[in-house]
Design a protein around this ligand. Structure first.
Ligand code: ATP
Ligand code: MG
Length: 332
């Protein structure tokens, strides 16, 4: 089986956007690939270094989200990035192979730096996180990396590093990897913004209770010109319809409702109640599973996953040290 690497920054609980964009496909991929899932605490530290507790507090939450949504620890290896120091070592080897100019040109990082308002004070850790990511991917010799479009520049940069390393040290020990572009698409926020995101406060979390889910659905952005029930309404940009498209099973019924809404005579409250039922049907088993997970179980999963991942990482780093010549056998 081919190996893939995915992961998340543990900066908060996961939401329906994560489900649509990546978790859903990971549940499928774990059957077809040898899947490694990394809790990227080191990477999360690059823009949260003043608040590491936010990261450590969220590690368990993210694992609970994974398991309750259907990621199976017997099929997927889940591990914590910082507990594999070999990744950090490999990052240092790679940093010599990347220029400042190249890092500053990475479009994804450029975007994120603007968003975070670093101005002229860019933490080096943040600027270099794509190099750290290159180490994550290559230390596991992952052949495929499931990502969104926005992550393509990272894979490109990873492969550049791989080629340079192999050329300079005259080896083939590192492997290039391929992006596996997810088909999940993007989930809009409940406020109608193009993306549900935790920092925008417009997401429904996998761990939200029934009351919260209902409140969020009833806040959803609809068609502002649909004032009376009898008014013709617009389906495009209507958040409830966007969610129904993903979570309502009966497509024919949904298409008929869209037609009805366009004609007029269909109220938003009816649609919201329908979505509420669909989301409750989806979230109830997730909640049940979550309740059954003790912290002991979670730490066992993480201990096993991290031990297994570390073995692979050690094999690769030993090859790398050997290729560079940093083995110093006489010291042993
Ligand atoms: P933050 O607000 O802190 O940026 P977030 O809620 O946007 O957090 P991220 O941790 O940035 O979540 O998301 C990680 C990955 O999850 C993204 O690269 C993407 O693959 C997926 N993802 C997040 N939000 C969505 C969404 N609304 N729709 C589809 N995929 C999403
Ligand atoms: Mg984000």
């Amino acid at each position: 089986m081919k190996r893939i690497l995915t992961g998340d920054r543990p900066t908060g609980p996961l939401h329906l956007g994560h489900y649509v964009g990546s978790l859903q496909s990971r549940v499928k991929l774990q059957r077809e690939y040898e899947q490694y899932i990394m809790i990227a605490d080191m990477q999360a530290l690059t823009d949260n270094f003043e608040n590491p507790q936010k990261i450590t507090d969220n590690v368990c939450e993210v694992i609970k989200d994974y398991i309750s949504i259907g990621i199976d620890p017997s099929q997927s290896t889940i591990f914590i990035q910082s507990q594999i120091p070999e990744i950090t070592e490999l990052t240092l080897y790679y940093l010599n192979l990347v220029t400042l100019g190249r890092l500053e040109r990475n479009p994804t990082v450029k975007n994120e730096m603007n968003q975070k308002g670093f101005g002229e004070s860019i933490p080096m850790g943040f600027l270099c996180y794509p190099v750290n990511q290159a180490a994550d991917i290559t230390i596991f010799k992952a052949e495929c990396v499931p990502v969104g479009e926005d992550q393509l520049p990272m894979i490109e940069q990873t492969n550049e590093i791989v080629r340079k390393f192999n050329r300079i040290y005259n080896t083939e020990c590192l492997k290039e990897s391929q992006a596996l572009i997810g088909k999940g698409g993007r989930l809009v926020g409940i406020d109608g913004q193009s993306k549900a995101s935790k920092s925008l406060g417009n997401a429904i979390f996998l761990s939200d209770d029934t009351k919260t889910v209902k409140e969020k659905i009833f806040q959803m952005y609809t068609d502002p010109n649909h004032i009376q029930i009898s008014d013709p309404g617009k389906v495009e940009g209507h958040v409830v319809f966007a969610y129904l498209d993903l979570f309502h099973q009966d497509t024919e019924e949904l298409n008929a409702l869209k037609e009805h809404y366009r004609r007029g005579g269909l109220g938003d409250v009816m649609l919201k109640n329908m979505l509420f039922k669909d989301l409750e049907d989806f979230l109830n088993p997730v909640r049940e599973k979550r309740k059954s997970l003790s912290n002991d179980i979670l730490w066992d999963i993480l201990r096993d996953g991290t031990t297994k991942a570390r073995k692979v990482a050690i094999e690769t780093i030993e090859e790398v040290r050997d290729v560079v010549g940093f083995t110093y056998k006489s010291l042993k």
